[in-house]
Design a protein around this ligand. Structure first.
Ligand code: ADP
Ligand code: MG
Length: 707
């Protein structure tokens, strides 16, 4: 269903949020008492009752039917990383042959998808393949329009019958609770009135756009999301300026519709061309509370794919679709806001706000230093292995960029030197004000994986294709843990300002090793970071087990975010996912090499050999050296390629026969993956010999510069 977009016929303010069962919509459609009850449920003050759910369900159904909906679905996020749903229709047959449209409170609250098809990492024994979905009252329901019709989608959590999390939402919600509890303790100790604190998140999404007809000629892109073969275009051309600048027509039409669709869902987004790679784009939404932002980022990814298809395009969400070309990530902007409207990471103006800011800033610094391996784990997948710690930045080392001014303030405070206030007096925490921190100064360093950008932190390691639930669950819990320690001190302190000053000073001293304002892409940083004792976890298979390591288990269990079993199940599922991905990639390479490349080579070899013979026949003194040299080059490369294919097949078998998931992942990472790299070299060498028209796939130039 393509939408004709006519803002004259329907003004944007009427379209905006029209497909979202927003707060305003609920206020308009629900009796006041029910609306207030629901608000209390959303704020965690009251449990949800069936009576309230009944009324909300009925209003939600009426609203959805007004939008043309015939079905509803519990929309959830299993551990596959994408979203899943189970559709049911509103239709309830009557004895007289007519139907009624029904949707009960029970159906709103709870659903029972066939859980056996989703990974549980052993949490659900197969004979007990049941799990259920539960309505997340804090994330707005929405309607989705597509060729199959209009569907009411209800964001839900997905849990086993024992209450264990089978999804990414449950732990995220639990981590938000933990963070709320600990932050409120700190605020209360400081005499600040607030009754709720939520992490706010704005995930910036990077992606590539390519033409669909070209994509469909690349089995590697279609089945694995990235090109497994592909020679770089001639040097200098790939970054040519004239490919940038204005957004080309097909992409512009796509973006217009994308904006329109997202606006209807109440997601405000700004799309722009990315300056780093051709055909790469970035979408920055307005931030939301962490769980809503997570849901919406899933919707953004789904919309990118769906709408691209309508325009004969494909949106590639993979972290590294093209070797040698800048990859894609997600910049997870994170901050903490109170229900009274304060951003706790905003330096503020008064001495009191400044003190509070330094305290929360210190909490993040400490949390990131202590739990760096965990944060690294949340940013790992097979795609990100091509970016983090590989030849391309960002590095796999977690460090924080603060900006020179902020760093020097903390440095001076920590060693007793005088820090000047804006007015040129001596800074005393809680009594005089910090100098102004210019915002542009704080956002200059793009090489830092965890950058302070004026009033929020930006975690830039997050994989472009992944959910932001994991990274935010980790940040929330790690910061909650540090704040619980701060609260212990502050609750007992008589002089709060002195206590804050002491915490800020000591935290900086103990954790300043994680602060780095320099070039995170440089080789010197890797050496320096090692000296500082910062972890440099290079691959997914080393990172994933951190989830179930002692430090993570202790952290998450203490704050009720994950049980040990839930963490162990995740390690298994994520490693399994890694293994599957490499397995698919390796098999596709074999297939492409054996079938398509091999056959193109033999055809071209035949042609060239004919040329040699015929040229000689026609002109006996014709010098055929050049042709023969080419044939020799082909011969060397095609033989090495086919040898590597055979070797790769054996390694795939070896990995596949390994029953233990961790051991199998080691074979995939240490044997299969490097062999794929070797095989690619020969395939790419052949590609650069064979004429373009005889190559069986669209090449990098076609793919990257086609729009
Ligand atoms: P830039 O990083 O280009 O300077 P902005 O700072 O305006 O741009 O925002 C970048 C992203 O950070 C946006 O997605 C925005 O919604 C998000 N963001 C802005 N403020 C916050 C905040 N307080 N908490 C979380 N995300 C935020
Ligand atoms: Mg940014």
């Amino acid at each position: 269903m393509t939408n004709t977009i006519d803002f004259l016929a329907t003004p944007l303010h009427e379209i905006y949020g029209s497909n979202c069962f927003s707060d305003a919509e609920m206020r308009a459609r629900l009796p006041k008492s029910i609306y207030n009850e629901l608000k209390a449920v959303q704020d965690g003050e009251k449990p949800l009752t069936l009576a309230v759910a009944e009324v909300v369900a009925s209003a939600m159904k009426d609203w959805a039917i007004d939008k043309g909906a015939t079905h509803y679905t519990h929309w959830f996020q299993p551990l596959t990383g994408s979203t899943a749903e189970k559709h049911d229709s509103f239709i309830s047959p009557l004895p007289d042959g007519r139907v009624m449209m029904e949707f009960s409170g029970k159906e709103l609250i709870k659903g029972e998808p066939d859980a056996s098809s989703f990974p549980s990492g052993g949490l659900r024994a197969t004979f007990e393949a049941r799990g259920y979905t539960a309505w997340d009252t804090t994330s707005p329901a929405f309607v989705r329009e597509d060729d199959s019709g209009v569907t009411l989608c209800i964001p839900t959590a997905f849990v086993s019958y024992n209450g264990e999390a089978l999804d990414k939402k449950v732990p995220l919600l639990r981590s938000m609770d933990a963070l709320n509890v600990q932050t409120l303790r700190v605020l209360r100790a400081l005499g600040v009135s607030a009754s709720k604190v939520t992490p706010s998140v704005g995930p910036e999404q990077e992606y590539f756009l390519i033409k669909r007809d070209l994509y469909e000629k690349r089995p590697d892109l279609m089945l694995s999301g990235r090109t497994l073969f592909g020679a770089m275009p001639p040097k200098g051309q790939e970054m040519d300026d004239h490919y940038f600048g204005s957004i080309k027509e097909p992409a512009a039409a796509f973006m217009k519709e994308l904006n329109f669709e997202l606006w209807k869902l109440g997601i405000s987004a700004k799309t722009q061309h990315n300056e780093v790679a051709p055909n790469q784009f970035e979408l920055a939404p307005i931030f939301d509370t962490a769980n809503v932002a997570t849901d919406r980022n899933q919707l953004v990814m789904a919309s990118l794919e769906k709408i691209a298809a309508r325009h004969g395009l494909v949106a590639l969400l993979h972290e590294k679709p093209f070797a040698g070309v800048n990859g894609s990530g997600k910049h997870n902007n994170w901050s903490l806001s109170t229900d009274t409207g304060f951003n706790l990471l905003e330096p503020g103006e008064s001495p009191h706000e400044n003190a509070q800011f330094l305290l929360f800033l210190s909490a993040v610094i400490k949390a990131v230093d202590i739990y760096a391996p965990l944060l690294r784990a949340t940013a790992s997948n097979s795609g990100n292995d091509h970016r983090l710690g590989a030849n391309e930045a960002p590095p796999a080392i977690i460090s924080i960029f603060l900006g020179e001014q902020l760093e020097s303030i903390l440095e001076n405070l920590s060693n007793g030197k005088v820090v000047e206030t804006a007015a040129g007096e001596k800074l005393e925490i809680g009594k005089t004000s910090l100098p102004d921190l210019p915002k542009d100064l704080t956002d200059r360093n793009r090489t830092s994986p965890f950058a302070f950008t004026g009033n929020k932190f930006e975690f830039r390691m997050v994989p472009s294709s992944g959910s932001v639930a994991g990274p935010n669950t980790a940040i929330n819990t790690a910061v909650a843990e540090v704040l619980s320690g701060f609260a212990d001190i502050l609750e007992k302190a008589d002089d709060k300002n002195a206590a804050i000053a002491k915490i800020v000073k000591e935290t900086y001293k103990a954790h300043k090793r994680v602060i780095f304002n320099g070039n995170g892409y440089s080789d010197e940083w890797v050496v320096e970071a090692k000296k500082r004792g910062l972890p440099n976890i290079k691959s997914t298979i080393e990172a994933i087990p951190v989830y179930s390591g002692d430090s993570s288990v202790e952290l998450f269990c203490k704050h009720g975010v994950f049980s040990r079993e839930e963490l162990e199940s995740r390690v298994e599922i994520y490693l399994e996912k890694y293994n599957m991905q490499i397995n698919i990639e390796a098999k596709i390479m074999v297939e492409m090499a054996e079938k398509q490349i091999y056959s193109a080579v033999s055809k071209y070899t035949m042609q060239l050999s004919d040329t040699v013979i015929k040229a000689k026949q026609a002109v006996p003194e014709f010098n055929v050296n050049a042709f023969q040299n080419t044939l020799c080059k082909i011969s060397v490369n095609v033989n090495r390629m086919m040898e590597n294919v055979e070797e790769l097949k054996l390694l795939i078998e070896e990995a596949g026969s390994e029953k233990d998931v961790e051991k199998a992942s080691l074979v995939y990472r240490e044997k299969v993956f490097p062999k794929m790299g070797e095989l690619r070299l020969y395939g790419d060498a052949i590609e650069s010999i064979i004429p373009r028209e005889d190559w069986p796939f669209p090449n990098y130039e076609d793919l990257l510069f086609s729009l």
